[in-house]
Design a protein around this ligand. Structure first.
Ligand SMILES: [Zn+2]
Length: 161
C-alpha cells in the first residue's frame, strides 16, 4: 500500500509528475510557485450542497489517507463542509528525489521542516481530510527544499592564498 494510491483521488486533477516517462524527476524545474486549491475545493463543496455531486463521490478518502489523517494529521479549526460534524485535519505529502515514489508523509512538524530543508528540491501537497466522513481535497501545493550551502561556507571551504 502506498500513498500515491490513497492520494489518487485528491491528486487526480493535478498529476504529481507531468513527465510519466521519467518518474525519477517527480519535481520539475518549472514548478516554482505555490498553488492554492481552495477555490476549486469551495466550488466542489457548493456542487455537493446543490446536489449535483453525490457525497459518496467526494467522501472516498483511501483508508491509508484516513489513517494518516488520524495519526499525523494537523487539526484545523474548520468544521467539515460536507458532514458538518467532523473537524478537518491537514495531511502533507512530500515528493522528491530520494523519497518514496508515493511521497513521504511526515509525522511531525519537525520532520516536515527537515524535509523542506533538503538539498534536493521537493514538492509538498497539503490535503484536507475529514476523519469522520472521509471527505478529502487537495488544498495547497508548494515547492520546498533545494537548499544550497551558504556562500560563506563555500568561501571557507576554498581558502584564498
Ligand atoms: Zn466530514
Amino acid at each position: 500500500m502506498s500513498f500515491d494510491q490513497c492520494l489518487s483521488g485528491s491528486l487526480a486533477a493535478v498529476s504529481v509528475t507531468s513527465e510519466p516517462r521519467s518518474p525519477s524527476r517527480a519535481v520539475s524545474a518549472d514548478v516554482t510557485a505555490q498553488v492554492e486549491y481552495r477555490i476549486v475545493r469551495n466550488g466542489l463543496v457548493r456542487e455537493v450542497e446543490r446536489g449535483r455531486v453525490q457525497k459518496v463521490d467526494v467522501c472516498d478518502a483511501h483508508p491509508e489517507l484516513l489513517r494518516a489523517a488520524r495519526n499525523v494529521g494537523r487539526p484545523t479549526k474548520e468544521v467539515c463542509p460536507i458532514c458538518d460534524d467532523g473537524r478537518l485535519v491537514t495531511v502533507t505529502f512530500v515528493f522528491g528525489a530520494k523519497l518514496p515514489s508515493g511521497g513521504r508523509c511526515p509525522g511531525t512538524a519537525a520532520e516536515l521542516k527537515a524535509l523542506c530543508r533538503r538539498p534536493e528540491p521537493v514538492l509538498c501537497y497539503e490535503v484536507e481530510v475529514c476523519p469522520c466522513c472521509a471527505w478529502h481535497h487537495l488544498m495547497r501545493k508548494y515547492p520546498a527544499g533545494g537548499v544550497k550551502p551558504r556562500q560563506k561556507d563555500q568561501k571557507k571551504a576554498t581558502p584564498r592564498r
